[in-house]
Each structure stands twice: as C-alpha cells, then as structure tokens.
Design a protein around this ligand. Sequence first.
Ligand code: HEC
Ligand code: HEC
Ligand code: HEC
Length: 129
Amino acid sequence: MHRCIIAITALCILTLALPALAATATPKDMLLGPPASMKASKDLVRFSHERHEAAKVECVTCHHTWDGTGSIQSCAVSGCHDQPGKKDATAFYSAFHAKSATNSCLGCHKAEAKNGRPAPVSCKDCHAK
Ligand code: HEC
Ligand code: HEC
Ligand code: HEC
C-alpha cells in the first residue's frame, strides 16, 4: 500500500515537472529562416544554443518575453516580430540586425567582436551556404 502511494506520488511529481523540463530544454543546432508569410532572400542562418550558453548569454537576453517557466515562443509569432521590411523597430529584420539593440544578433556581435570574440558580423558569415 505504502509503496503504491509513493509510486503514485512520484508519478505525479514527474508529470508536473515534465512540461517545465520540455519548455526549458534548448533545441540542438537550429537553422533559422523567415516565417511562412515571408520569402527568404538570403541563405538560412545556423544558430547554436550550445555556443551561446558557453558564452554565458542568458536565455532571457534573447527570449525577452519569457517568464522563465512557460513555453518559449518563436520570434515571429503574430503581434511580435512579424512585420516585413526593415524600417519598423519590431520588424522581423530588426529583431536580428538592429545595431542599437544589445540583444539582436548583430547588435550583440558588433560589441563582442570589438572585444575580440569570434562573433560574426558580416552578412555571409551568418547567411552561409
Ligand atoms: C549575426 C548573424 C547575422 C548577420 C551578421 C546578418 N544576418 Fe541577416 N538574419 C539573421 C537571422 C538570424 C535572420 C532570421 C532568419 C532568416 O530569415 O534567415 C536574418 C534575416 C535576414 C533577412 C530576412 C530574411 C530573408 O532571407 O530575406 C534579410 C533580408 C537579412 N537577414 C539580410 C542581411 C544582410 C544584408 C546582412 C549583412 C548586412 C545580414 N543579414 C547580416 C542573422 C544575421
Ligand atoms: C543568443 C540568443 C539566444 C539565447 C541566449 C537562447 N536562445 Fe533559445 N532560441 C533563440 C532563437 C533565435 C530561437 C529560434 C526562435 C524562432 O524560431 O523564432 C530559439 C529557440 C528556442 C526554443 C524553441 C522555441 C520554439 O519556437 O519552439 C526554445 C525552447 C529555446 N530557444 C530555449 C532556450 C533556453 C532554455 C535558453 C537558455 C538556456 C535559450 N533558448 C537561450 C535564441 C536564443
Ligand atoms: C547577447 C549577445 C549575443 C546575441 C544576442 C547573439 N550572439 Fe551569437 N555570439 C555571441 C558571442 C559572445 C559569440 C562568440 C562565442 C564564442 O566565444 O565562441 C557568438 C558567436 C556566434 C556564432 C559563431 C559561433 C558558431 O556558433 O558558429 C554564430 C554563428 C552566432 N553567434 C549566431 C548568432 C545568431 C544567429 C544570433 C541571433 C539569433 C546570435 N548569435 C545572437 C553573442 C551573442
């Protein structure tokens, strides 16, 4: 009887913990491209969570709307970085290239490269075949 209760308790804890674990696991190397509503004009971009974790970049630096527990949304969900073009500060393009933003790929890389870190800043280094 006791063992049964312990087993059930363990199962409950596991079930409760699983969604949190699934939400925070970082995907392996990713290939980033524009959302279905936009056409890619450049080669897709390889992205490594592992390299950025090693460089001590916090999850919330990039996933800036994440509360630390729930699921992580993709950048181009409706109402976020879903605007085409380059002018809008929240445009899809700006999310990755805004030079004044410390959490856009290019904004952070420019500062890091100045300090001699191997953070790519040229188009073809990120948009590589
Ligand atoms: C630090 C990495 C990085 C650098 C450097 C970079 N980009 Fe990007 N770019 C991205 C990411 C990430 C995306 C979003 C994924 C995608 O759409 O390919 C993107 C998307 C784009 C898009 C919209 C999607 C498309 O294919 O049309 C354009 C246009 C673009 N980049 C042009 C450029 C140009 C031009 C340069 C050089 C001035 C450049 N990028 C430099 C990372 C970078
Ligand atoms: C340097 C920026 C950066 C950092 C740091 C970062 N991520 Fe990401 N992550 C991304 C990008 C870019 C994507 C792709 C988003 C998209 O598809 O629009 C992504 C995607 C994800 C996804 C998939 C989301 C989906 O669309 O299904 C998860 C989960 C995730 N990251 C978790 C994490 C966790 C947990 C950490 C911290 C340990 C972390 N990330 C750190 C940039 C980052
Ligand atoms: C807040 C800072 C920061 C942001 C934001 C950031 N990076 Fe980086 N990135 C770094 C640093 C630091 C390095 C150098 C890591 C090292 O020392 O190995 C790096 C290295 C890289 C490299 C070269 C290493 C490799 O994985 O091949 C690529 C490619 C890269 N980043 C892509 C991206 C893309 C794409 C984005 C946006 C989705 C992004 N980064 C956002 C800090 C950042």
